[in-house]
Design a protein around this ligand. Structure first.
Ligand SMILES: CC(C)(COP(=O)(O)OP(=O)(O)OC[C@H]1O[C@@H](n2cnc3c(N)ncnc32)[C@H](O)[C@@H]1OP(=O)(O)O)[C@@H](O)C(=O)NCCC(=O)NCCS
Length: 179
């Protein structure tokens, strides 16, 4: 994949359906898919990656809907999406992910917290995701525990650790994550 041919930018209204389809294709949380909240990766006019900041009614924000099409993976596109989404972002933000994937987000300052420490709406999504996983278990799909991560300031600021490795999963390449 030619990295230069992939443009990462804010989504437009006409990309709404493509974003929905991409998020649903990986069985990620199907709620709160509002195109103005999304950053997309586009190649040859096609949306091949997406990520958003969900804005909850309790004022909290959640990084979610991170997805890259299968054929475009392992080229740093998810990392570029998150880099762009969080560039200059100084506000608190949470995300929900499966245990084996949690360390991949430390590059952006995310750290695991106790569920009870998270805002109510993030806790609710964590509960919904956990319930969906139990249903998945009965459908014989892999089930992993979900954790909540919070982006905390590094040295008093929200920064991206440029020197750290990219988005890397710790183990089991076949696992599916939530968000
Ligand atoms: C997670 C995902 C967005 C990564 O996209 P990507 O463009 O390949 O990411 P990058 O190239 O920046 O980083 C790739 C690395 O991230 C790893 N990775 C894969 N899934 C991951 C996950 N859920 N969390 C963290 N890291 C993951 C890959 O193993 C890959 O490592 P490799 O290069 O050694 O193969 C993509 O695999 C995907 O869409 N997965 C299905 C949906 C999903 O699980 N979303 C995450 C919700 S928390």
């Amino acid at each position: 994949m030619d990295q230069l041919a992939v443009v990462v930018r804010r989504a437009t209204e006409r990309e709404h359906q493509a974003i929905r389809a991409l998020v649903r294709s990986e069985r990620l949380n199907p709620t709160g898919i509002n195109w103005p909240n999304f950053m997309v990766a586009v190649a040859k006019g096609r949306v091949i990656g997406a990520v958003q900041i969900r804005k909850h009614s309790d004022g909290s924000r959640e990084l979610g809907s991170l997805v890259v099409t299968k054929e475009a993976r392992s080229h740093g596109i998810a990392s570029r999406l998150i880099d762009t989404l969080l560039a200059d972002d100084q506000e608190p933000i949470w995300l929900i992910t499966a245990v084996p994937n949690a360390n991949a987000y430390s590059r952006w300052g995310f750290e695991q917290i106790q569920v009870r420490e998270a805002p109510a709406k993030v806790r609710r999504n964590h509960l919904m995701g956990s319930m969906a996983r139990i249903i998945s278990f009965f459908k014989r799909r892999p089930m992993q525990q979900l954790v909540i991560l919070e982006r905390r300031p590094i040295d008093g600021r929200m920064t991206t650790r440029k020197s750290a490795p990219g988005l890397r999963r710790e183990r089991d390449q076949g696992e599916r994550a939530p968000a």
